[in-house]
Ligand binder design. Structure first.
Ligand SMILES: [Zn+2]
Ligand SMILES: [Zn+2]
Length: 231
């Protein structure tokens, strides 16, 4: 059983899973929050050199912000979906569709102060590029789980699903304002397909990047209840 360690970088949960030689870090949090990250890592009594792999659930700046500096400092190997690569190289966040008018307004205000960029991340030979679901990589590095391709929030979203049903889903489900829907949606049908896939493969508890863990059953009941927006 993998003990879940979490570092909250501002409002992004970055998870640490024990692997063979150290830790797999899922997401890195916002740019310019390096000190906060290191401070919280120390509190967990983990040395930065113990991070051996960094998996980015998708290319958005609140997940990739510290990837560039952490890859340098840790010499960790990167795990990303292939569709993230062109965006990571440029250090940009692709604009998605806001869930509703409230979210649209929030992002409009945010955009006055923020361009949603981050230090570019260049893929190296030793990194792992995920093309679809991957059932082997995590096992090879000593984690009893799989990587699932779970688009819908963004085209490059991937999730980590452990054999005990814990699912680290990035932003394809959230416990934040529009729970469990993502506040930004690339394709709502893909969101539903990804939720179905997670449940089909055994997800029991959703660990979102924003907010607290919740029962995967909420993904079914929310969907059944319908969605009050204009998708
Ligand atoms: Zn996102
Ligand atoms: Zn996010």
């Amino acid at each position: 059983m993998n003990e879940i360690k979490c570092i909250e970088v501002s409002n992004t949960n970055c998870f640490l899973l024990k692997c063979k030689e150290g830790y797999l870090l899922i997401d890195t949090g916002y740019p310019n929050k390096y000190k906060q990250f290191i401070k919280k890592l120390k509190k967990l009594e983990i040395d930065i050199s113990e991070i051996k792999y960094i998996l980015l659930t998708h290319h958005h700046y609140d997940h990739t912000g510290l990837a560039c500096i952490l890859l340098k400092d840790t010499r960790a190997k990167l795990i990303v979906h292939q569709k993230a690569i062109p965006l990571l190289k440029k250090g940009i966040t692709e604009k998605g569709k806001e869930f509703n008018l409230t979210i649209k307004l929030i992002f409009w205000v945010l955009s006055l102060f923020n361009d949603f960029t981050y230090p570019p991340v260049i893929i190296r030979e030793e990194d792992y590029i995920i093309k679809d679901d991957d059932f082997d990589l995590l096992k090879e590095i000593g984690i009893d789980g799989v990587i699932l391709y779970t688009p819908g929030h963004s085209k490059d979203s991937i999730s980590v699903l452990l054999s005990d049903g814990k699912a680290f889903v990035g932003d394809v489900a959230m416990d934040f304002i529009t729970t469990p829907y993502p506040i930004i949606i690339d394709d709502i049908n893909e969101v539903y397909n990804s939720w179905d896939k997670l449940i089909e493969y055994g997800a029991k508890t959703i660990y979102p990047a924003h907010g607290n863990p919740f029962d995967a059953g909420i993904l079914i009941s929310s969907r059944r209840g319908g969605i009050k927006n204009d998708f």
